[in-house]
Design a protein around this ligand. Structure first.
Ligand SMILES: [Zn+2]
Ligand SMILES: [Zn+2]
Length: 371
C-alpha cells in the first residue's frame, strides 16, 4: 500500500470524515484543519477534487482515494448517520465511479437495446439502467408499484391503476417485481446495523396467510420503532420464540439490555437461552403507564392494515414479509418520531429522491460484489 492510500485508509477509519451531500458531490474533512472541507465532484472524467495536490498533479489525491473507498464499500457516514448513497447519474462506472469506461456491445430487451459498458479500472461490466436490467419498464413504474403494494393496494389494483395511465402491466409482473426486489433489498439492508436503544420489545399479531390463521412474532426497538425481526408461527402458545430472538440479536448486533414482552412463556425461556442472564426480561403488564403496549400496537396495526398484502401470500416463507419491513422502516414517517422514519431515527439515511431506486441500486451492487 502506498503512502497516499495508507493515509486515505486512516482517514476512512475515523468515521465522519467523508460524506456524500449531493448525488454527485462529496465532502472530505481536511486532516490539518478540521474546519475545512474539500469538495470532490463526480464528472464525466471521473472524480475531481479541489485540493492543490489534485489540481497540480492531475492524479488521484488522498481525498479522491477516500471517496473511492467510500463508494466501493458503501460506507458513508455523516454525523454518525449511515448514508445509503445515491449512485452516479453520469456515465461513470457504477462500481467504482471511474470515468474510464468503454462501450461493450448491447443487450436486447423488449423496448430495444440496452447499452453495456465495461470499466477499464475495475474491469466490471454494467448496463445503463443499473439495478433495473432486463426490465421492460422504467424504474419509476417499478418502484411506484412497490410503494403502492406496501401501502395496501393489491397487485390487481396496481395493474388497473397503471392501465388508467396508459401503462399495460399484468398483475403477475407486478407481483414478480414486488417479490424479487423485496428479497434483493432486504438482503442488503439486513447487513446494516441500526443504531438502537436499550429497550427491545416483542409481540405477536395474528394474520391470515392463504386463508389460514397464523401468528407473526415480531420484535421492535423502543426508541426508534425500528422493526427488527419477525417469525411466522402456526400457533401462538406452542411456538418457540428462539428463532425470533436469534434474528433480533443479529439485527442489532448485541444482546438488548431490556426485553419487554407480554406474558407468553415462550419469551421467558427464549430470553434466557438466546440473550442470556444479563438481559432483563420484563412483561409489559408490570410496567406502569405501559398497560396497552402502545408502541408495539402501532406496528401491529400497520401489519393488520395490510390485510390485502397478506392475502396474496402463498406460503409462510415469503419475501413479502421482508419487503413490508423495508417499507415500514425506510419509507413510513412516524408521528412519534417527529416525522422521521424508523430508519432515520436509527441513524440510517437513504439518499436521493426515490428511496426505492437508491436502495435497489445499492442492493444490486452489494449482491454483485458479494458473489
Ligand atoms: Zn484532494
Ligand atoms: Zn469500475
Amino acid at each position: 500500500m502506498n503512502q497516499r492510500k495508507q493515509k486515505a485508509k486512516q482517514m476512512m477509519e475515523s468515521s465522519g470524515y467523508a460524506s456524500q451531500f449531493e448525488s454527485d458531490k462529496f465532502r472530505v474533512r481536511s486532516q490539518t484543519n478540521p474546519e475545512k472541507f474539500y469538495i470532490i465532484t463526480r464528472t464525466g472524467n471521473g472524480l475531481v477534487c479541489e485540493c492543490l495536490d489534485h489540481i497540480t498533479r492531475k492524479a488521484d489525491c488522498k481525498h479522491i482515494k477516500i471517496v473511492l473507498e467510500l463508494i466501493m464499500k458503501n460506507k458513508c457516514y455523516h454525523n454518525n448517520t449511515f448514508r445509503i448513497m445515491e449512485r452516479a447519474s453520469l456515465e461513470l462506472c457504477k462500481f467504482c465511479d471511474s470515468g474510464r469506461i468503454t462501450k461493450k456491445g448491447t443487450r436486447k430487451n423488449k423496448n430495444g437495446n440496452v447499452q453495456i459498458f465495461k470499466c477499464l479500472d475495475c474491469k466490471k461490466k454494467f448496463s445503463a439502467n443499473f439495478g433495473f436490467e432486463k426490465k421492460q419498464f422504467d424504474y419509476t413504474t417499478i418502484t411506484g408499484a412497490l410503494q403502492m403494494y406496501y401501502s395496501g393496494m393489491s397487485v390487481r389494483d396496481i395493474s388497473n391503476h397503471y392501465e388508467m395511465l396508459g401503462i399495460e402491466v399484468s398483475f403477475k409482473t407486478v407481483y414478480n417485481w414486488v417479490a424479487d426486489y423485496s428479497k434483493l433489498v432486504s438482503k442488503y439492508l439486513n447487513e446494516i446495523v441500526p443504531r438502537t436503544g436499550n429497550w427491545i420489545r416483542a409481540d405477536e399479531v395474528w394474520i391470515k396467510v392463504a386463508g389460514e390463521q397464523k401468528y407473526l412474532f415480531a420484535s421492535m426497538d423502543d426508541d426508534t420503532r425500528y422493526w427488527l425481526a419477525s417469525d411466522m408461527a402456526d400457533t401462538k402458545f406452542q411456538h418457540n420464540a428462539d428463532n425470533l430472538l436469534e434474528l433480533t440479536k443479529k439485527a442489532i448486533g448485541k444482546n438488548p439490555t431490556y426485553f419487554i414482552t407480554d406474558g407468553l412463556p415462550a419469551y421467558q425461556k427464549a430470553s434466557k437461552k438466546v440473550f442470556g442472564k444479563k438481559t432483563i426480561h420484563t412483561r409489559h403488564i408490570h410496567i406502569q403507564k405501559d398497560m396497552n403496549n402502545n408502541k408495539m400496537e402501532r406496528l401491529n396495526g400497520e401489519i393488520r392494515d395490510r390485510e390485502k398484502v397478506f392475502r396474496g401470500l402463498k406460503k409462510m416463507d415469503t419475501p413479502i414479509l421482508d419487503g413490508m419491513k423495508v417499507y415500514y422502516n425506510f419509507t413510513k414517517k412516524h408521528g412519534a418520531l417527529k416525522g422521521k422514519t424508523p430508519s432515520e431515527s436509527a441513524l440510517i439515511k437513504v439518499d436521493g429522491k426515490n428511496r426505492w431506486k437508491t436502495m435497489i441500486q445499492n442492493a444490486s451492487l452489494y449482491k454483485q460484489n458479494s458473489i
